[in-house]
Design a protein around this ligand. Structure first.
Ligand code: SAM
Length: 290
């Protein structure tokens, strides 16, 4: 219980310190994505794991895409007590309290900052966010979407092969994925709050790469599957033709001492220093043996 309280206290402080930074990071990611995938106007898009702030769905919708955000958490743009009761019923008390906390403390300044960064107004009308698991995507017919996007979600998904199978099914044959995965073996990839900003706010308490070494501080905000980049490459390769595998962000270079390097011989330097990667891929055609 004490550990949980400590975790939530650090999450609260982290949110208070960085809420507006998130808006900048998200807007930057979105602009960069548009440069890499082209105009989204009129394209049928799925945002896998849109999250309670569903920012990527909101930005795509505002840019004219016909986008659906899906998440296992019950996400909704609505407010009022009914929302928290529904989340309580669907996802439990902890999720309901986390969403309440986000709505009360962070949502308003976050969206205000995000709106200020956009040249077009944010469009809240007819936003399509649904409670659907990426593992099945069972409410979508085959060949529905032109583009699948995702930001920091795949590392939280329990069954990646089933997710990729489902995703391939709902994508049109010439569709594209633009999936950003936070690299588990990176310094921040262990998802410890203390290592969210390794280069500007290194932790004085939690050892660097603790999640690959002693794992002395295992308390993190959400479950992760601990898959490595090579595991994703293998699984994506079964269902998708990789168009581009884009390393995204580098961190922790000055913290990777020869001592730590010696402790982690199984990992390449790139694996330890690359924050994440984007998978641009197209569905493989023909029959695939599972
Ligand atoms: C770190 S959050 C990222 C949310 C959002 N994409 C963002 O960047 O803010 C991970 C999200 O993945 C969702 N998630 C985990 N497993 C999922 C699954 N099987 N299907 C859909 N969403 C899932 C979680 O509920 C959570 O909202």
């Amino acid at each position: 219980m004490l550990k949980k309280l400590r975790l939530y206290w650090s999450m609260l402080n982290y949110g208070l310190a960085h809420n507006r930074d998130f808006a900048h990071e998200h807007h930057w990611f979105f602009r960069d994505m548009l440069e890499r995938v082209g105009d989204v106007h009129g394209r049928r898009v799925i945002d896998i794991g849109c999250g309670k702030s569903f920012w990527l769905t909101l930005l795509l919708h505002s840019a004219g895409a016909v986008v659906t955000g899906v998440d296992t958490e019950l996400v909704t743009a609505k407010h009022g007590p009914g929302k928290y009761l529904a989340i309580l019923k669907e996802n439990g008390l902890e999720r309901a309290l986390r969403t309440l906390c986000w709505d009360l403390l962070f949502a308003r300044p976050y969206y205000k900052e995000l709106a200020g960064l956009c040249t077009e107004p944010l469009r809240w009308d007819r936003l399509d966010v649904r409670c659907v698991s990426a593992i099945t995507l069972d409410e979508f017919p085959d060949a529905t979407f032109d583009l699948a996007v995702s930001h920091e979600v795949f590392e939280h998904i329990a069954d990646i092969p089933a997710t990729l199978r489902a995703l391939r099914r709902v994508l049109k044959p010439d569709a594209l994925t633009y999936i950003y995965i936070h690299n588990f073996t990176s310094l921040s990839g262990g998802h410890h709050i203390a290592w969210k900003y390794p280069d500007t706010e290194p932790s004085a308490t939690v050892p660097p790469w603790d999640h690959l070494r002693g794992n002395l501080y295992p308390d993190i905000p959400s479950w992760i599957n601990r898959m490595r980049e090579r595991d994703y490459r293998r699984e994506f390769g079964k269902y998708f033709e990789i168009v581009e595998w884009i390393p995204y962000g580098r961190e922790g270079e000055s913290l990777l001492t020869p001592e730590i390097r010696r402790e982690l011989p199984d990992y390449s330097e790139d694996e330890l220093l690359t924050k994440g990667f984007i998978v641009k891929a197209r569905p493989r055609q023909g029959t695939i043996e599972s």
